[in-house]
Design a protein around this ligand. Sequence first.
Ligand SMILES: [Fe+2]
Ligand SMILES: [Fe+2]
Length: 255
Amino acid sequence: MNILAIGDVVGSIGCDFLRAHLPQLKKYKAIDLVIANGENSADGNGITPSSAEHLFSSGVDVITAGNHTFRRRECYELFDREDCLLRPANFPSGTPGKGVCIVDMGRVQVGVINLMGVVYMENLDCPFATVDTLLKNELPRITLVDFHAEASGEKGAMGYYLDGRVSAVFGTHTHVQTADERILPNGTGFITDLGMTGPIQSVLGVKPELVIQKQKTKMPVRFDLADGDCHMDCVLFEIEEKNGKTISIERLRIE
Ligand SMILES: [Fe+2]
Ligand SMILES: [Fe+2]
């Protein structure tokens, strides 16, 4: 089974780029399931019902999120209602939505877990303890984890912690693709960060001059998205259906 994981999709420019390229990639690589991080898919950050719908109708099967999950109030109800729209599982209980879903693909089921790191990020529940609790329940043999986190050390630790317990662990959040994709000793596919789907000439998707202004003045600055040519960063996991292990991992940048 071929599962594609796509890095943070930034704004309508990123959503449009994904829509223009994903269908062809799915055909070319015989992709069975697509997971995309959509926490920045709305213009001005966060996720809205229309940006989620845009991603789903472009061929994304599961949308994950992160620290910008609840920036847009109009999406709270959708997080409760839509099975395949996730927020990190280690948010406090009572928060809208859920952090795990199971996609029924007929011959096989696929689980997706969304977690958030706590190093240099908000002080959520321990992601390691949270994932232990989730994995006590019966989850499909094929289960993947989007670990939305800042620190590469925390992400690497999660990869090895879950090695042999899930099919793949991929990082999101930094918007910068790392070149460390590999299969861990017990068969879990891993990459520190998938990267970003958005404008190339930008700082994490934002107009560079605005980020420079912010860094120099430390004053509030409205972060408008950059425009121009885009890329879509993603990783393709080939997973053995019999045992849920990753048998190949391919890092991709579509330009
Ligand atoms: Fe992001
Ligand atoms: Fe993030």
